[in-house]
Design a protein around this ligand. Structure first.
Ligand code: 5GP
Length: 178
């Protein structure tokens, strides 16, 4: 399968993303007050944001990865979230930071929060690069938000369409799907 032809409109460039990430990381560093953190990358979409964010947080960090799926190849959530990969670290009594690319309906983060809360961490924080308030179907709001966006499908900076476009260094809105 070749990369689909999409019409893209740039929403957030590299500079804007980098400077917002620095601000978020400073807030997270301050909140931690010198305590250790397990930073959890929610695969796959957050791997780019995650790697930039954790390198700006000034704390002792252990990295871990968790996988969920709800979209398949579609642009709308199926509404059913499944765990496709679990953590390797025990999180009991630990500070956990869930790092997500985008919160859309909020179902993924609600599911992950519940799943990890059952393992008795000290505290779960959450950071999302993007937040779509108009699409929210739950009461979930991340503690740290990079940018709010409208109810549009976006790609780039880790976010894909059919597996492509994750390597775009900026975030773009898809204006038409061919
Ligand atoms: P939620 O469970 O909040 O509805 O959706 C979370 C997941 O859906 C995100 O982690 C992301 O993988 C995917 N998603 C939601 N909105 C978008 C979007 O606009 N673009 C892309 N590429 N993925 C999205």
């Amino acid at each position: 399968m070749a990369q689909p032809v999409l019409q893209l409109q740039k929403l957030l460039d590299e500079k804007k993303i980098a400077s917002r990430i620095k601000e978020m990381a400073q807030e997270i560093t301050k909140q931690l007050g010198g305590e250790e953190l397990i930073a959890v990358c929610v695969l796959k979409g957050s791997f780019v944001f995650y790697s930039d964010l954790i390198r700006c947080i000034d704390a002792d960090i252990r990295t871990d990865f968790i996988g969920t799926s709800s979209y398949g190849n579609a642009t709308k959530s199926s509404g059913e979230v499944k765990l496709t990969l679990d953590l390797t670290h025990a999180i009991q009594g630990k500070n956990v930071l869930l790092v997500e690319d985008i919160v859309d309906t909020g179902l993924t983060m609600e599911f992950l929060h519940k799943t990890l809360q059952a393992r008795s961490p000290k505290r779960i924080y959450s950071a999302a690069c993007l937040f779509k308030p108009e699409a929210l179907k739950t009461k979930y709001k991340p503690d740290y938000i990079g940018f709010e966006v409208g109810n549009e499908f976006v790609v780039g900076y880790g976010l894909d369409y059919q597996g492509y476009f994750r390597n775009l260094p900026y975030i773009a809105q898809v204006t038409s799907l061919n």
